[in-house]
Write a protein that binds this ligand. Structure first.
Ligand code: FES
Ligand SMILES: [Fe+2]
Length: 350
């Protein structure tokens, strides 16, 4: 495929958004104290994540001395210690101890940049550029709806694909009949709906009702119901499902984290109303679905291209791409333009 005309030339606008980098569980598993450090990569930037004095922090994963990775070091009290010569860094990213010359002043450049870091939904989030402070951690309804008895924060999974492709894959109505026949969809429903799409508060919002008669052919674990999407830009999707079978809610939430232009780390939350159901059941069903998607999506090039041929039935993807381009262009024109592009509501549904 000719990808010489990329949809977006400059990806730096993505630095203004919050992205997930690891789960709290991963941080807890990282060592017996549960404080890290662990390494992650976000938009090609290597990060070290650690809990220092109770606070989760994120910094560039590079010691200023000889560029060893701090994520290979350890936590000493409230500092991260470099594994190579023992320099110790505090929560701000400044080096606070150089054991080789304990009586000399610490050079000003002996620091590593720190990034804004938050814990939400038992997931650690990082924003690389907080200079405009216009973005929020994406919406997840699992913590909002008291009907949910069980909320599962799944182990993240990595794909050789971009976050844009993963987002489009999750919201693509046309692929169900081909990639998920018998799991999510009956192949007889191969002509997808074209739905109204709203932009509200930095989210794409839309609604879809798959055919009810698929209940007869799909396995009982298949979350067939009315699907309400709230997709916080750029890579998050909160899919609230009202199950046809029981009338109860079921949540599939996913946010793709852009490791690089062709690599993504994907976070998933499943919430449901059956307190007795072992977590393995919905998780295993999702694993089957993901194993159907992954080999297809990994054949696509990471970058989105203006050469791709779009149909009216690709409306969700078409609108998504339009918005990505607007955001990228606006970001190069400054804070006000970016705020306007992200937060101007456009409502089609009424
Ligand atoms: S490379 Fe980190 S202390 Fe020398
Ligand atoms: Fe899929």
């Amino acid at each position: 495929m000719n990808i010489h005309r990329p949809l977006v030339e400059d990806q730096s606008y993505l630095r203004h958004f919050w992205h997930p980098v690891c789960t709290l569980d991963e941080l807890k598993q990282s060592n017996p104290d549960g404080v890290g450090p662990i390494g992650a990569v976000l938009l090609d930037e290597p990060l070290v994540i650690a809990r220092l004095d109770g606070e989760v922090v994120a910094m560039r994963d590079r010691c200023a001395h000889r560029f060893a990775k701090l994520s290979a070091g350890k936590i000493i009290g409230s500092r991260i210690q470099c594994p190579y010569h023992g320099w110790e860094y505090g929560a701000s990213g400044k080096c606070e101890l150089i054991p080789a010359c304990p009586n000399d002043p610490i050079p000003k450049k002996a620091m590593t940049p720190g990034y804004d870091c938050r814990v939400k939904y038992d997931i650690v989030w990082v924003r690389l550029d907080s200079s405009w402070d216009l973005t929020e951690v994406p919406y997840c309804s699992a913590w909002d709806n008291p009907e949910f008895e069980r909320v599962i924060v799944a182990q993240p999974y990595d794909w050789d694909s971009s976050s844009e492709r993963r987002w489009e894959n999750f919201t693509d109505f046309s692929h169900f009949a081909y990639v998920h026949p018998g799991t999510l969809y009956d192949p007889a429903y191969s002509e997808p709906a074209i739905v109204p799409i709203d932009r509200v508060g930095g989210e794409m919002q839309f609604f879809m009702e798959p055919g009810k008669d698929m209940l007869d052919t799909l396995p009982p674990e298949s979350p067939l119901g009315s699907w309400t999407y709230r997709a916080a830009m750029p890579f998050s999707i909160n899919l609230d499902i009202r199950l046809y079978k029981t009338g109860k809610p079921f949540l599939l939430w996913t946010t793709s984290s852009p490791v690089s232009h062709d690599r993504c780390r994907n976070f998933m939350i499943i919430a449901h109303t059956d307190a007795e159901l072992p977590d393995e059941e919905p998780l295993n069903f999702q694993k089957i679905v993901l194993a159907e998607d992954q080999p297809v999506i990994e054949t696509q090039p990471g970058g989105l291209s203006l050469e791709e041929v779009s149909l009216p039935t690709d409306k969700v993807s078409n609108q998504y791409r339009k918005w990505l381009r607007e955001l990228a262009n606006a970001a190069s024109n400054g804070k006000e333009a970016f705020e306007h592009a992200l937060l101007t509501d456009i409502v089609e549904s009424r």
